[in-house]
Design a protein around this ligand. Sequence first.
Ligand code: G3I
Length: 320
Amino acid sequence: SSSLNSIAVAAGKKFFGTATNQDQFNDASYVDVMLAQFGSLTPANVQKWQYTEPSQGSYDYSQGDSFASYAAENGKILCCDNLVWYQQYPSWIDSQSWTAESLSEVMTNHITSEVSHYKGKCYSWNVVNEAFNDDGTWRENVFYNTIGEDYIAQSFAAAAAADPNAILYYNDYNIESPGAKATAVENLISSLKSQGIKIDAVGLESHFIVGETPSLSQQQQQMQAYANLGVDVFVTELDVRFSSLPPTEQGLQQQSEDYQASVGACAALGSKCPAISVWDFDDTYSWIPSTFSGQGDADLYWANLTAKPALAGIESVLVA
Ligand code: G3I
């Protein structure tokens, strides 16, 4: 049967992808499914700042390079992730004190180095990740607290200068339906555009909960609001977890409907929603149980690599 990626491509999408980690690449049955079903790979960790600049000014792209080579050798699009985030940045940043100017320089040096290093290899870059709180206020982190909100504009400008052809996007969660946080992201996009800063897209993480996922029409409405600001919309980290385990048969049907709401909204947006990625595809390697104790079974495949109803569910949405 056709792969999920080929069905998405036939439906006009650029790809249907997944995040992964290369320490899973020696799991042959996992790799078989990954390579058969998905058209793009996003490294879940190894391009993040803590890995690429372990001490100040000394760069290490070895793990990111091996991930990029693996994607290229297997004919997969590489989605690069990420440049500035309040997690997984190097510890030397917290052990020094900075002025706005000195931290800006450190931040833009990192972006210039990394984006230049991968120039021509990245389909897209997640430039700034998770800058807002759920109530729409700025998240307090070392970058915001030291530089102010301009850290976002500075980051996008540095990325655009280093690789003018990569799709540059802002990425966050709980921004998939109307609300204070989505409005904050709309305002950020408008502000960057009015300053002449290149921002091509917004990434909707789409980490949902079974039975609590925003409806197709809510998601479609919010995606359209972003598109109206002149950016594309990517679904970047889709998964739909159970808040209590084990799932029932009825729960699995609901999970399928929740996956379909997100994929259906992206399908409805047409070319303004170029692609969808899940944040890993089988429960063995899901990030959820270690973050949300007692929750999980969020992925398209069970731990034994048999498909859940959600896989056929999203395929049917893409075919329609
Ligand atoms: O590599 C070390 C290993 O040496 C050590 O033995 C082990 C012990 O805990 O930790 C390993 O590092 C872990 C790393 O993943 C690599 O596996 C970290 O503890 C762990 O915190 C880290 O988690 C990552 C998480 O971001 C960090 O917040 C997840 O893999 C990654 O999937 C997740 O990705 C985020 C997105 O970037 C943003 N959106 C949410 C998403 C899920 O949390």
